[in-house]
Ligand binder design. Structure first.
Ligand code: ARG
Length: 459
């Protein structure tokens, strides 16, 4: 039975009931709904709004319901209008009139706003630990490969030498910012809207801060209309999650490329690859591709709620019931992506020799060659031009800067000497890039240490 039977003479049409009902998806907030009701009942008792014995009775029965739901001995009635209706109905079935007092000074509008905040706060914790787990894997891999020379790219063209450790640390930095954003969004989420009522607060002498305190929240919302109609916290979370997916899908894209025969920089473990039903030789990076693909889903979820919310008049409108499936899907998707990505990366074999061989081709030490001339006093533009000419000669003769004879160098510029070969040695090129944030093994190592420290301090 819905909670609003008083003025109606007919039951809701069956199909319309299904259309209206949110229980298929809001049932996952059952525990948060009960938690909120326990706090509300305690406050009603403390304030003398309901009898304290009745308040205790409500709390005890709600706790029983919570435990039974947890154990699976109580099944949720999927024909109920929503999870709030189901739990209040179950409470009343168990303790009669006392149960009917629970909803004093409360509306489902502030109730659902609270439930969603509480549920998403827990999901923020889960997201935090999954992000941390992936970061830990990246940091370990970066440490193992802090000196593995590989080509760095722009326009997907070999550009300048970096190390695989340095490349991985770029992703660590992205995810670190994601973690920061998650913490920031959590701050605004952790306030209680209870007391906003349907939209206009209530005449009862509530203690809203007490409720917030019982729920472990940092404070209460400031305005009753905003309290019931604000979904910024879900939008913010989905924005954070969309950015996480931008990062994961870029990383996935690189993994897919690195697994190809064209690159062969890494090989994924069999446990994280798939085969082809027709081509016996295939080992496909489906997991990375799925992560890349699921980014679209999460962006879509954010777009869904942005569009639902735009243009809604204050305060609550039923459109807002559409918030849950979008935000739940975004959270579920990102969690599964993070939790699959981490072991896939952890078990991937890094083919350092192939990276190194790729770095040896493509003239990625050309900038270093130009810099050599600059250190000897030539203006950079002239040094750039001279080196360009050398590259052209190498291409013509099928040589590399390492194998080009000194005479060829000296024919272009007399500042060249025997020490040019040391200056363009790939290991040296990387080692000398000691500018803060640079790829030199020393920098990468200290960046790893610094990030590990930040991760332990971050709360
Ligand atoms: N299922 C509803 C939702 O998710 C709960 C709030 C219902 N409030 C109302 N006035 N009908 O938004």
């Amino acid at each position: 039975m819905p909670l609003w039977t008083g003025r109606f003479k007919k039951e809701l049409d069956k199909k319309t009931n299904d259309f209206n009902s949110s229980i298929p998806f809001d049932c996952r907030m059952a525990q948060q709904d009960i938690k909120g009701s326990v706090a509300h009942a305690r406050m009603l008792g403390k304030q003398g709004i309901i009898d304290s014995a009745e308040s205790e009775k409500i709390v005890a029965s709600l706790k029983e319901i919570a435990a039974e739901l947890e154990q699976g001995s109580l099944a949720i009635d999927m024909t109920a209008e929503d999870i709030h209706t189901f739990i209040e109905g179950e409470l009343t079935r168990r303790i009669g009139d006392s149960g009917k007092r629970l909803h004093t000074a409360r509306s489902r509008n502030d109730q659902v706003a609270l439930d969603l905040r509480l549920y998403l706060l827990e999901q923020c914790d889960a997201l935090e630990s999954s992000l941390r787990a992936l970061l830990a894997v990246i940091l370990d891999k970066a440490e193992e490969n802090y000196d593995a020379v590989m080509p760095g790219y722009t326009h997907l063209q070999r550009a300048q030498p970096v190390t695989f450790g340095h490349h991985l640390m770029a992703y660590a930095n992205m995810l670190m910012r994601d973690l920061d954003r998650l913490f920031d969004c959590r701050k605004r989420m952790a306030v209680s809207p209870l007391g906003s009522g349907a939209l206009a607060g209530t005449t009862y002498p509530l203690d809203r801060e007490y409720v917030a305190g019982l729920l472990g929240l940092d404070g209460v919302t400031n305005n009753s209309l905003d309290g019931v109609s604000d979904r910024d916290y879900a939008l913010e979370l989905m924005s954070v999650l969309s950015i996480v997916m931008v990062h994961l899908s870029r990383f996935a894209e690189e993994i897919i490329a690195w697994c190809s025969w064209e690159f062969k920089f890494i090989e994924l473990d069999d446990a994280f690859s798939t085969g082809s039903s027709i081509m016996p030789q295939k080992k496909n990076p489906d997991i990375a591709e799925l992560v890349r693909g699921k980014a679209g889903r999460v962006f879509g979820d954010l777009q869904t709620l942005l569009t639902v919310m735009k243009g809604l008049p204050l305060a609550y409108n039923k459109d807002m019931q559409e918030d849950k499936e979008a935000v739940f899907d975004a959270v579920d998707t990102v969690l599964i992506c993070l939790d699959t990505f981490a072991p896939m990366l952890e078990t991937a074999m890094v083919l350092r020799d192939n990276m190194r061989n790729a770095a040896a081709k493509g003239f990625i030490n050309a900038t270093d060659c130009a810099d050599y001339l600059v250190y000897k006093g030539l203006p950079f533009r002239d040094a750039y031009k001279a080196t360009g000419g050398l590259v052209a000669t190498c291409i013509e003769k099928g040589l590399t800067l390492e194998t080009l004879p000194l005479e060829e160098y000296q024919a272009v510029c007399d500042l060249f000497d025997e020490d040019i070969y040391e200056a363009i040695d790939l290991d040296n090129c990387v080692r000398k890039r000691t500018v803060k944030g640079g790829p030199s093994p020393v920098c990468v190592r200290s960046e790893i240490v610094a990030m590990r420290e930040r991760l332990t301090e971050l709360k």
